[in-house]
Design a protein around this ligand. Structure first.
Ligand code: SAH
Length: 253
């Protein structure tokens, strides 16, 4: 046990400046960096020590990743395991933490800016809009990785809340069909491809045209799908700033 020297770090959605101060200083300190090469912007590694060792977990099996981490721990090195966005969202850190727990090895998790928040910032939208939606559903289309039956998209759609879909753009046809069971066909959607990266792209339209938009623009990965009326809330001022609305800090007129 003892002081942790293994850190799971959220790298943020893409823009390297969106890593936390804590995440950056651990990258500066790390002797061994294992990063998810398929999604993490390699620019976050620019702060590393020149003699640090860098491994790309996209090319490694779980066993190899854990072996490298545990060896680093034994050698009393600082190990940075760098995940995209925030590691708690579809980050597969659970299985890694379980193995470390079993081995009695301490670690720490440094949160990051999840891509859905990077994407909301890119859209310049508030996900929770008074009188429209006060709930954000973060989910994915069931595919090769099955979602539990009670969390099927068509049942979640019944809430008509703000929805952010990860890992689903490759199944746009099914997303559209399942969402249309509850959301009206003219509900706005936004697809944010590579949010906060230099080649970020935004596609917007109505739910009934979602699949067409994905197909015509050949969007196959690194994209989030947002659905909900929050996307058309621009013209509607938040009640918080309405002078007739009283809240804790200010009496309404
Ligand atoms: N832990 C990550 C998610 C990892 S799962 C997070 O918190 O963001 C990988 C999925 O996340 C991708 O398939 C895509 O749906 C989404 N994603 C990750 N980075 C993204 C980005 N910069 N822009 C849009 N979607 C992104």
């Amino acid at each position: 046990m003892g002081r942790p020297n293994i850190y799971f770090i959220g790298a943020g959605p893409g823009d390297p400046e969106l890593i936390t101060v804590k995440g950056k200083s651990l990258i500066e300190k790390a002797h061994l960096i294992i990063y998810a090469g398929s999604l993490v912007n390699p620019e976050v590694l620019k702060w590393r020590k020149p003699d640090s060792r860098v491994l790309n977990s996209a090319e490694m099996a779980l066993g190899e990743i854990m072996e490298a981490m545990i060896q680093g721990h034994k050698d009393e090195k600082t190990v940075a395991r760098v995940h995209t966005g925030d590691p708690a969202i579809y980050g597969a850190i659970g299985e890694q933490m379980e193995i470390l727990d079993r081995e009695g090895i301490e670690y720490e998790v440094i949160p990051g800016v999840s891509s859905f928040l990077g994407a909301a910032a890119a859209l310049k939208k508030e996900l929770t809009v008074p009188d429209m939606s006060q709930t954000v559903i973060i989910t994915r289309q069931s595919g090769r990785t099955k979602t539990p039956e009670s969390e099927r998209l068509n049942s979640l759609a019944a809430h008509r809340a703000t929805m952010a879909l990860f890992l689903s753009v490759g199944m746009a046809q099914r997303v559209q069909e399942e969402l249309l069971t509850s959301y009206p066909p003219d509900t706005p959607f936004a697809i944010v491809y590579k949010a906060t990266w230099k080649d970020q792209k935004i596609f917007q339209g109505k739910l009934e045209n979602l699949e067409k938009m994905v197909r015509e623009n050949n969007i196959t990965k690194t994209a989030l799908i947002f659905i909900g009326d929050f996307l058309k809330a621009g013209e509607k001022r938040s009640k918080l700033y309405d002078k007739n609305f009283s809240h804790e800090f200010r009496e309404g007129a």
